[in-house]
Design a protein around this ligand. Structure first.
Ligand code: F6R
Length: 607
């Protein structure tokens, strides 16, 4: 949801800003721009479209910029359509800003500023902040920022420059992510650390309403009264290679192939004496025994991983688990109360609805466990306990490895809960944990079947609509498969519990409708086959994702995607690779922009 960068140092900064923006393009890509100090003025260049199509083309039409300080932005539109004028940076020549987030009271601010004689060019909420800063500015930027923050309601990360304070950047945040990077002779602001990794790994997290001041001499932090703040320097563990494509055609493909390592990195460090050990976050056996209910909350793929968790925990630990979509949970007055555990799942750790669900759970007295990938993200910092999923940076908008590690953690969590509550003994727990440790190798085997996935893609890429069906754990898997496909290939698809089809949705089946069937669970095999026959006899083209060893007659499936042998319980984690690669190759065949699907952004920091 918009990416922000800023640079001050000794180098000409236009290319540095554009390069950093490219790394943040996953956060939004409907327009981009930069504003730099050129002579005594602020020079702004911005354009609708992806960075290379819009901003870079526009910059190439201009005389070269030699400025050594500036701010940049890549946008995911919330207020006002994608257009040149609605692109950031936004300002009036005296002050220029880049903004990520939403200004909730922008209408009131606009009315106030209009009454003071200000005019507005864009349809953005951001312009009200730029004009408000201008209104309060009397020579002291920190004072102007402090006054403006008092008036603003909503979420924001802001990079600000004032014409009269040449080669200085001011930055502030509330609820939208922002870090400040410290190089040898240069300083940065960025929405996330991947944008600046090739320059430095040292950075500071910004806390709410701290103001960062960056200039050629370095970085300082002050509070809204202008008093200095000491902050702890962080060192990023992600390296530059992790944030690059490394020879793959798309980040999504690279990230799919990284899954064996990602799952291993999530699981292995948390196995002690063959048992799952979650004590690093404070989740002791005693605590686990005490919880009355377990809730799992997230959005999109993160919520789907929670659904896998529900099946596993309920089956193994015999305790009810409530899974909810964060945007529903937070507005339905959930029954959460003291004594409950709420597990909050999020790759980015910044998803607005998920963050609010977390805050609500805490307010209602529950204990919260965040399962997040991005270290130091808002959700990680807000939760009572944190587990980092160690997937490394996920750049493609479509989640793959981040989902796999969330699911991998769900297994560990389910084993730990089942053992702590006495539903399984130590021997069983060790055996399950050992099987989980073997999953990365099975995922690797699944990755070998590229031609199989490409074949399936060639059979469905022309379809208008598709169904995904499965039962039990396969139902959760189908939901994830369907989401992947529609997200990146723009083919409509729906995931349905296989047994539920005949209660309405089966009427959608006509001659040639593709149906992708997840059938990994032995106990449900015959039941699923009956559902397959129901759709097949009505003309469906059936693609079965099942064990390689499964014997199928032609009345059953048109094509089989074979999976390696594994215990039933683990197959949904292994076979998600098939779902991801079918979606990937379908999108490629349709010529879609796989890493940056239309209308989407990676980190959804607005509700
Ligand atoms: C789908 C996808 C989204 C995210 C969802 C939650 O491929 O990426 O559905 O899973 O937006 O994002 P996080 O996990 O960052 O909270």
């Amino acid at each position: 949801m918009c990416g922000i960068v800023g640079y001050v140092g000794k180098e000409a900064c236009a290319d540095i800003l554009v390069d950093a923006l490219r790394k943040l393009e996953y956060r939004g890509y409907d327009s981009a721009g930069i504003a730099v100090f050129e002579g005594e003025k602020i020079k702004t260049v911005k354009a609708k479209g992806k960075i290379n199509d819009g901003l870079v083309a526009r910059l190439s039409e201009q005389p070269k910029l030699y400025a050594t300080c500036g701010i940049g932005h890549t946008r995911w539109a919330t207020h006002g359509e994608p257009s040149d004028v609605n692109s950031h940076p936004i300002g009036n020549g005296r002050v220029s800003i880049v903004h990520n987030g939403i200004i909730e009271n922008y209408r009131e601010l606009k009315a106030f500023l209009t009454s003071k004689g200000y005019g507005f060019e864009s349809e953005t909420d951001t312009e009200t902040v730029a004009k408000l800063l201008d209104y309060y500015y009397q020579g002291d930027p920190v004072e102007a920022i402090a006054k403006a923050l008092d008036d603003i309601e909503g979420a924001y990360a802001l990079g600000i420059i004032f014409r009269e304070h040449k080669n200085k950047i001011f930055a502030v945040r509330k609820d939208s992510p922002l870090i400040v990077g410290k190089g040898e002779t240069e300083s940065f602001i960025a929405s996330d650390v991947t944008a600046i990794l090739e320059h430095t790994r040292e950075y500071y997290f910004m806390e709410r309403n701290e103001i960062a001041v960056l200039d050629e001499s370095g970085i300082s932090f002050v509070d809204v009264h202008g008093d200095p703040i000491e902050k702890e320097l962080q060192i990023a563990t992600w390296d530059v290679a992790a944030a690059q494509k490394g020879g793959y055609e798309h980040f999504m493909l690279k990230e799919i192939f990284e899954q064996p390592d990602a799952v291993r990195n999530t699981v292995s460090p948390r196995v002690k004496d063959g048992m799952p050990d979650l004590s690093e976050c404070g989740l002791t056996e005693e605590k686990i025994r005490g919880y009355k209910n377990i809730y799992i909350v997230g959005c999109g793929s993160a919520m789907h991983s929670g659904m896998v968790g529900k099946y596993l925990i309920e089956d193994l630990a015999r305790i009810p688990v409530i899974v909810d979509i964060a945007s529903e949970f937070r507005y339905r007055n959930p029954l959460v109360s003291e004594g409950d555990l709420v597990v909050i799942i999020s790759q980015s750790g910044e998803t607005a609805d998920t963050l609010e669900a977390l805050k609500l759970s805490k307010k209602k007295g529950a204990e919260t466990l965040a399962v997040v990938n991005v270290v130091g993200s808002s959700i990680a910092r807000e939760a009572d306990m944190v587990i980092y999923t160690n997937a490394g940076p996920e750049i493609s908008v479509c989640s793959t490895k981040a989902y796999a590690v969330q699911v991998a953690f769900m297994y560990m969590f389910a084993f730990a809960v089942a053992y702590a509550r006495g539903a399984i003994d130590a021997e069983k727990c060790r055996q399950l944990t050992d099987s989980l440790l073997g999953v990365p190798e099975k995922i690797r085997l699944c990755l070998d079947n590229v031609s199989g996935y490409q074949y399936v893609a060639s059979k469905i890429f022309n379809a208008d609509s598709l169904l995904y069906i499965g039962r039990g754990l396969d139902n959760a898997l189908s939901m994830e498969g369907s989401l992947k496909l529609k997200e990146i290939s723009y083919i409509h698809s729906e995931a349905y519990a296989a047994g539920e089809l005949k209660h309405g949705t089966i009427s959608l089946i006509e001659e040639g409708t593709p149906v992708i069937v997840a059938a990994t669970q032995t106990a449900l095999w015959e039941k699923t086959l009956s559902n397959v026959r129901e759709v097949k006899s009505r003309g469906a083209k059936v693609i079965m994702i099942c064990r390689e060893s499964a014997v199928l007659d032609e009345n059953c499936a048109d094509y089989k995607v074979g999976l390696p042998e594994a215990e039933d319980m683990f197959l949904p984690l292994i076979s998600v690779v098939a779902m991801q690669l079918i979606a990937y190759y379908t999108a490629v065949q349709r010529g879609c922009d796989v890493d940056k699907p239309r209308n989407l952004a990676k980190s959804v920091t607005v509700e």
